[in-house]
Design a binder for this molecule. Structure first.
Ligand SMILES: [Zn+2]
Length: 229
């Protein structure tokens, strides 16, 4: 009896030894890749999900804009965003435009007519155009993302030669990147010295200063509501 029991115990011990031994051999033979991959895949997917959730609630790009001119807020005295301009009643006389104003006009002071008035970028993004445009003289166009929305910013009535930034060059918010054009010259296309600033929603470039239906204004944003002093 004793020898039978001993034999059985010996067999069990042998089986256990082989079993445990082969388990460790197997582990050391194909070691890291499997568990490692499992760790990374399980790690990345839960990490990505909270990321997208967070971005839908809190914007990842700033929602506040930088002032385009010094004392910018006090300069909006004639044409705010959305005002309906008619030639006879316009605050600017003589007036050659009519319709709903797609931008905000920032006026200059009498003593600023013959000095350089620097224009600052209101947001951070690349310069996508600098050219002459009818009704504006010189314009600069910048692409930005404001509160997670891609927008196209038009700065109108600029002195083109003052813009040293190259196309596609990034301009940081607050950077002085241009000088206002001289009043009643080709630099402003004959307009008074002022900055017309419009923010068109999306990537399309649209330099329209006025639209004929109030509902069309939905394609633009009011810069003033986005500026925090
Ligand atoms: Zn304007």
């Amino acid at each position: 009896m004793d020898t039978v029991m001993n034999k059985r115990l010996a067999i069990i011990a042998l089986v256990l030894t082989i079993g445990i031994g082969s388990f460790f051999v197997m582990r050391s033979k194909n070691p890291q890749p499997e568990p490692d991959q499992k760790i990374t895949t399980t790690k990345t997917s839960p990490e990505k999900q909270p990321d997208t959730k967070a971005s839908s609630t809190t914007p990842t790009t700033p929602s506040a804009l930088t002032l385009p001119l010094s004392d910018a807020l006090s300069r909006v005295t004639k044409k705010p965003f959305g005002i309906l301009i008619e030639k006879k009643t316009s605050p600017v006389q003589p007036e050659r435009f009519a319709g709903y104003h797609t931008g905000v006009d920032f006026e200059t002071l009498p003593e600023e007519q013959d000095i350089d008035v620097p224009v600052h970028a209101i947001c951070t993004g690349p310069l996508i155009a600098k050219k002459r445009a009818t009704g504006y003289g010189g314009i600069a166009i910048q692409r930005c993302v404001i509160a997670d929305e891609t927008v196209t910013v038009i700065y109108g009535h600029l002195r083109l030669s003052s813009i040293t930034a190259k196309l596609n060059e990034n301009i940081s918010a607050g950077t002085e990147f241009a000088i206002l054009g001289k009043g009643f010259s080709a630099e402003t296309d004959g307009e008074r010295k002022h900055l017309h600033l419009s923010i068109h929603r999306g990537k399309d470039v649209n330099v329209l200063g006025y639209v004929q239906n109030a509902s069309s204004l939905e394609a633009w944003l009011d810069a003033l509501t986005l500026i925090t002093p």
